[in-house]
Design a protein around this ligand. Sequence first.
Ligand code: PLP
Length: 365
Amino acid sequence: MNNSVKRAHNFNAGPAALPLAVLKKAQAELLDFNDTGMSIMEHSHRGNAYEIVHNRAIELLKELLSIPEGYEVLFLQGGASLQFSMVPMNFLPANKKAGYVMTGVWSEKAYAEAEKLGEVFVAATAKEGNYCQIPALKEINYDADTAYLHVTSNNTIYGTEWHAFPNTEAVPLIADMSSDILSCPIDVSKFALIYAGAQKNIGPSGVTVVIIRRDFLEQAKKNGPTMLQYATFAKNNSLYNTPPTFGIYMMKLVLEWMKAEGGLLGIYKRNQEKAALIYDTIDASNGFYKGHAQLSARSLMNVTFRLADENLEKKFLEQAKQAGFVGLNGHRLVGGCRASIYNAVPYDSCQALRDYMLAFQKENS
Ligand SMILES: Cc1ncc(COP(=O)(O)O)c(C=O)c1O
């Protein structure tokens, strides 16, 4: 195999970088999976070859995230965006209200979908200051009768992340972890439901991972369309209909890669080192680079920053592109620059970005 394959410094926000070792393994197995003379894409989802992959992916997720007994791991489609509707469809009864903590555009979208299906309220918001922070836990308002409290653990667009979660006691806590799942250890037992689109940290787009507590699942409304009930997936090991088999296969390879890289703790340590390379450069730049997120809310996954003015940002981004960096443009709502440094983005790419930022500052200050 050619080891000197050309690889971009990929800082895309999602779909995002995948580990080179995973891509190579998938390439090697693409035509003939496990000596079956067929690609995994050509196997029946009811056949033994695929079922082993499917079950191993579930097992690895349980192991890597230390998911306690009493939880189901489900594979759905429709992206995290469909979860914005499925959560209230299943868990927002007519006599209750659901609380949403607003920490960015994705929280707003989740809220907007839930509002179509039942009663919702803003439990706390960080909108002031263009979502540069996470509300203090003590500022989150809800009562014991709240149907559930919804949070977005990492705000992909603004580059902020929750570093502690509320103890909601009897109120079910639900988290959209699309852009930071498996980036650091979490206490799954705090959550009634976690969902995440796979395309940032877990694999290619097309799979949505749901982790749901069984006793919470039992409270779900039973009258929704079959494919929009979590129970359908739970009862059938996510094989009620044809799952996105290739995406789940890729996810399994990514999870195996994570395990070989030291599991969640190994990945977390490297993520901290990668993020430090870029945040330290911002902090030592005497204001040449300005981080969007407040220090206490900085994301380990999406580093957002601005330069003095839009012309300088344009020059920074153009030259970065020429130098082989991909995906550094900030989201249009925040502007500036964003480096998404998910699990599979190599340390070397972050080092290269740090070096480029230092050189650019030197030439332009
Ligand atoms: C935090 C968060 N939630 C939800 C979404 C939407 O995900 P999907 O495109 O899988 O529907 C994204 C996509 O970037 C996201 O970052």
